[in-house]
Design a protein around this ligand. Structure first.
Ligand SMILES: [Zn+2]
Length: 65
C-alpha cells in the first residue's frame, strides 16, 4: 500500500526535454519532469506586465520619468 502511494504522483508533471506530460518526475524519454506553473499564475504575470506598462506611460505623461 505504502509503496503504491509513493509511486503514484498526484500532480501532472511536464517533461523539460520533450514537453510531454507525465505523472512521474521522470519522463519516459529519461528527461526530468517538473510541475508546470498553474495557468492562473501566468495570467497574473501577464496582467502585471500590462499594469507596469500602463503605469509607466502614466508617469511619462506627468513628466516624472
Ligand atoms: Zn520527456
Amino acid at each position: 500500500m505504502k509503496e503504491t502511494r509513493t509511486k503514484m504522483a498526484k500532480h501532472i508533471h511536464k517533461c523539460i526535454s520533450c514537453n510531454n506530460y507525465t505523472l512521474t518526475e521522470e519522463c519516459k524519454c529519461g528527461g526530468k519532469a517538473i510541475l508546470p506553473r498553474p495557468p492562473k499564475f501566468s495570467l497574473d504575470d501577464k496582467y502585471a506586465g500590462l499594469r507596469r506598462k500602463v503605469r509607466k506611460e502614466a508617469l511619462q505623461k506627468k513628466g516624472l520619468v
